[in-house]
Design a protein around this ligand. Structure first.
Ligand code: NAD
Length: 486
């Protein structure tokens, strides 16, 4: 019998006003994982009211005390790491080792943000006038709406929830319909750690209704969204005068120069292109290769791709798990047809294998041209496009030719190539001699161009979830007029 789960509003596990549920299946086995509440607008209203009521007390709690609660969250995440990792694998298919990394990221950011409770720095500076003091302080924003995707179902919510909490905000969390169980288990941990009622509220359900209502809600002061670029654009159009942070997609390049360590680059392409079945915003979906080494590297890459083991992520031998759902599988298939029509050469893969689950063969196209759709659009599957370049200048031009700008990488042993790329690649992240993935929580993360509008994690993560107030204290005892009096 499939279990029915509830949502968390005002410190209670509740059913939706809609009286409807949706079912999520394991993408590797197609077995039902559970039934989840189809949250509607009324549920969102209740969650927002609860968050508003809880705001005063939570925001007045000294930030180091909030930090102690976050520390406890980190400890509980650590204790429950294996169980959470297994839930991730069952719910969205990621191989278990990577799922453990997903939870580790949440643990890391919980501890990091717990420490921020003793910093939350503003700055002091000099005044133009005598006997006047000038400084900035940080204030919470208020009620915030956090909307998350499925591909890092514990890490991404934690990148938003931890800084929101340490800054004193109260939260409505709307996870993806593909990973509601991860969200529920995460919120159970927040509850156990002692987050007061109303501070975190979980509404499961569709983006178009529950999510949109959250975005339009007048009492929700900020939205932080991670997901598809089209959804991000719609959110931006709808939100009105409200702070909106967007973390969107990518079409991330790895440049491989003729002086590179090819074995190292090979590891980077395999990890970046096919890890998480290509379903990372930072996945390496384009390889821009120096013409002198192209045919040699192609052969090396095909040999490695042949060895990748497709299967259920629960099996520790598996290299590549399923795609998240049928739509994702169909999308990858459709891009194979597009690539072939465009004239790219399919070197390996390209098929839906004859096995149960939403699997897709690791795929490599070569002889791709810069303006082909497979070299421009985010496929979000295990499909890599190889493009040839005659030198670094052309490689960078190709890298920058897309609308996205999230991550990027270069493999080279030439320091000039490395620094030129750091300077010229249009991306929020550049890796040298490492793949396009592997963000650490104490550094900022985010993209340029259509990859987003904000930075999460690190100190910049605090900026997204706090307001800066400017304070002047005049202790001269007389009227001093800025820009007029000496
Ligand atoms: P998605 O945009 O379909 O959904 C993301 C979330 O938005 C879900 O919770 C969904 O229910 C909700 N949503 C959907 N339509 C909505 C609407 N109209 N109003 C409000 N909410 C709505 O994205 P996805 O398929 O879950 O995730 C994959 C995408 O996320 C990829 O494009 C990937 O690159 C991107 N991503 C970006 C980052 C980053 O940090 N830049 C990280 C991970 C994933």
């Amino acid at each position: 019998m499939v279990q029915t789960y509830k949502m968390y509003i005002n410190g209670k596990w509740v059913e939706s006003d809609s009286e409807e549920t949706f079912t999520r299946v394991n993408p590797a086995t197609l077995e039902a994982i559970g039934k989840f509440q189809k949250g509607n607008e009324k549920d969102v209203d209740e969650a927002v009211d609860a968050a508003e009521d809880a705001f005063e007390e939570w925001s007045e709690m000294p930030a180091p005390k909030r930090g102690e609660i976050l520390f406890k969250v980190g400890q509980l995440l650590k204790e429950n790491k294996e169980e959470l990792a297994k839930t991730i694998t069952q719910e969205m298919g990621k191989v278990l080792a990577e799922a453990r990394g997903d939870v580790q990221e949440a643990i890391d950011i919980a501890f990091y943000m717990a420490g921020e409770g003793r910093r939350l720095f503003g700055h002091t500076t000099t005044s133009e006038l005598k006997d006047k003091f000038a400084m900035t302080i940080r204030r919470p924003i208020g009620v915030v709406g956090l909307i998350t995707p499925w591909n890092f179902p514990i890490a991404i919510p934690s990148w938003k929830i931890m800084p929101s909490l340490i800054c004193g905000n109260t939260i409505i969390f709307k996870p993806s319909c593909d990973t509601p169980l991860c969200a529920i288990k995460f919120v159970e941990i927040l509850e156990e750690a002692g987050i007061p009622k109303g501070v975190i509220n979980l509404v499961t359900g569709p983006g178009g209704s529950a999510g949109m209502h959250l975005i339009k809600h007048k009492k929700v002061r900020a939205i932080s969204f991670t997901g598809h670029r089209d959804t991000g654009e719609e959110i931006l159009r709808t939100a009105g005068i409200k702070r909106v942070g967007l973390e969107l997609g990518g079409k991330n390049p790895i440049i491989i120069m003729d002086d590179a360590d090819l074995n190292l680059a090979l590891d980077g392409v395999i990890w970046g292109g096919y890890g998480t079945t290509g379903q990372r915003c930072t996945a390496a979906s384009r390889v821009i290769i120096h013409e002198k080494i192209k045919s040699k590297f192609e052969k090396m890459l095909v040999e490695r791709i042949k060895k990748l083991k497709l299967g259920n992520g629960m099996d520790e031998e598996t290299d590549v798990g399923p795609l998240v759902n049928q739509a994702a599988q169909e999308k990858s298939k459709s891009y194979i047809d597009i690539g072939l029509k465009e004239g790219a050469k399919l070197l390996i893969g390209g098929h839906i294998p004859k096995m149960k689950g939403y699997f897709f063969e690791p795929t490599l196209f070569t002889d791709c041209l810069v303006d082909m759709r497979i070299a421009q659009e985010e496929i979000f599957g295990p499909v890599v496009s190889l493009i040839e370049a005659k030198d670094l200048t052309e490689a960078i031009e190709i890298a920058n030719s897309v609308e996205y700008g999230l991550s990027s990488a270069i493999y080279t042993n030439n320091i000039r190539n490395a620094f030129k790329s750091i300077e010229k690649l249009e991306a929020g992240l550049t890796y040298v001699n490492a793949s396009t993935i592997g963000a650490e929580v104490h550094l900022p993360f985010g993209g340029v161009k259509f990859s987003g509008t904000t930075r999460e994690a690190g100190i910049e993560g605090i900026n997204e979830f706090s307001e800066v107030k400017t304070v002047y204290v005049d202790y001269s005892g007389k009227l001093q007029r800025a820009q007029m009096d000496d």
